[in-house]
Every structure is written in structure tokens, then in C-alpha cells.
Ligand binder design. Structure first.
Ligand SMILES: *Cc1c(COP(=O)(O)O)cnc(C)c1O
Length: 238
């Protein structure tokens, strides 16, 4: 895991790509008649070195998303001197890793079961803080994907609200990859419909949807946070 901390070469072009993504967000918001300030940009730095995060931070980015607990903890520790930097876990969380991630994150965007919610709440409570939580919804009932079924959402939301270490913030989804734009749009609209059904923006202010390839569609459908990796940091390789 040392290579996620040390980079071989200075990450070129990150500031320019970040600015281009900010422009895409602003233009999509304008087309949708929305305020661009209502759409946050989460920079997804998974499998990119800490120096890449540093470059984006130097260009003004403050909130970063990671998929894996160990990688998040290593980078967050390596960059802990950067004032105001925030980390969101956006990848599937196993219960036995919850305690390890709590000290480093402001938000976990991938809670999908009561048991994971409980595993996060307990260490947060011991530290005297709240972890913000998004519930990941498996919109297309994909067997390969994590996420709460829409039919179980109501019960899970109520459970999270009853846990003292968590602060319920909203919903997150990753639509099936490689689909036609109209199908992807349908999934984003389905997540927005679930938000309305379960208390609207008053209860669920955050709607985290949209990535490098489809952030415009997501913003048109009401996204309040796009999660962008490749378009900022370049290809991840394998
Ligand atoms: C990797 C990832 C992203 C970013 O995807 P890009 O296509 O690189 O922008 C966003 N959300 C989640 C949950 C991810 O795992």
C-alpha cells in the first residue's frame, strides 16, 4: 500500500482537470435552472497517490472520496496536516472495519444495512461525534452490487435516525454501468423519487449521484453531490 502514499512523478494537470469538472458542474446546473453552489463536488481519489490529493487540495478541493477503509486511513493520516480536508467513504463497508474508519471520515456514503449503521454509530458515539450517513440504494436490484433495496429503505432510514452516533443526510446510488443515457437518467430520477417519498429534502437533504461520465444527467435530476474520479485524477489503471 506504500504506493498510494508516495508518487513517482508530480501529478500533472490535476488543477486544470478539476477546473474543467467545476465548469461542467456549473454549466449543467445553469441548464437545469439550479444554483451551482447546491451541487457539491466530491473528488474520488481511490487508487491515486496522496500527492494527487495534495495537488487537488492546492487547487481548492477539500472533500475527497475513497472506496477502501485501509487506503482512506493511510491517505487521511498522511495528509492530516492539510486544514479543512474532509474524507468520505463511498465504497462498501464491512462491519468489522467500521471502527477503523470512524476517526478519519466525516461521512460514510454507502450504508446499506442496520448492522453496518450500528457498527458505525457505536465508535462515533464513544468519540463524542456524529458520522454523517448516506444510504446507498440498489436501484436496479443488481445482485453484484451493494445497496439497500428500495422496499427496505423506510425501515433503514428510521433505524439510522434512532442511532446516537449517526446523522442521516440522504441517499446515494450508482446506476448500472454502460447504459444508454435515457436509462441512466431513469435511475437518477428514481433516486430523486425515493427522496420525495421518504420525507424530501427536509429529511434527506443530500442526493449523491453522478460520476465522470454522467454528472450532467445527475444534476438535471437533482443531484446535490457528484462523485468524480477519472475526470479529475485520470485513469486508475488496474
Ligand atoms: C470510483 C467511484 C466513483 C468515481 O467514478 P469515476 O467514473 O472515476 O468518476 C464514484 N462513486 C463511486 C461509488 C465509486 O466507486
Amino acid at each position: 500500500m506504500a504506493d498510494v502514499i508516495a508518487s513517482k512523478a508530480p501529478p500533472e494537470g490535476i488543477a486544470a482537470r478539476l477546473a474543467a469538472v467545476q465548469r461542467r458542474v456549473a454549466e449543467a446546473a445553469a441548464r437545469a435552472g439550479r444554483d451551482a453552489a447546491a451541487v457539491a463536488l466530491l473528488a474520488v481519489s481511490k487508487r491515486h497517490p496522496a500527492d494527487a490529493v495534495r495537488a487537488a487540495y492546492a487547487a481548492g478541493q477539500r472533500t475527497f472520496g475513497e472506496n477502501y477503509v485501509q487506503e482512506l486511513a493511510l491517505k487521511a493520516e498522511a495528509l492530516r496536516e492539510l486544514p479543512g480536508i474532509r474524507w468520505h467513504l463511498i465504497g462498501h463497508l464491512q462491519r468489522n472495519k467500521a471502527k477503523q474508519v470512524v476517526p478519519w471520515v466525516t461521512r460514510v456514503s454507502s450504508v446499506d444495512s442496520p448492522r453496518v449503521a450500528e457498527a458505525l454509530s457505536a465508535p462515533a458515539e464513544r468519540l463524542g461525534r456524529h458520522v454523517e450517513v448516506l444510504v446507498e440504494v440498489n436501484l436496479a436490484a443488481e445482485a453484484s452490487k451493494a445497496g439497500c433495496a428500495p422496499s427496505e429503505l423506510g425501515a433503514l432510514l428510521a433505524h439510522i435516525e434512532a442511532l446516537p452516533g449517526l446523522k442521516l443526510m440522504g441517499l446515494m446510488a450508482i446506476p448500472p454501468a454502460g447504459q444508454a443515457a435515457e436509462l441512466t437518467r431513469g435511475h437518477f430520477e428514481a433516486l430523486a423519487a425515493l427522496q420525495r417519498e421518504h420525507g424530501g429534502a427536509a429529511r434527506l437533504p443530500e442526493l449523491s449521484m453522478g460520476m465522470s461520465d454522467d454528472l450532467e444527467l445527475a444534476i438535471e435530476a437533482g443531484s446535490t453531490e457528484v462523485r468524480v474520479g477519472t475526470a479529475i485524477f485520470g485513469a486508475r489503471g488496474s
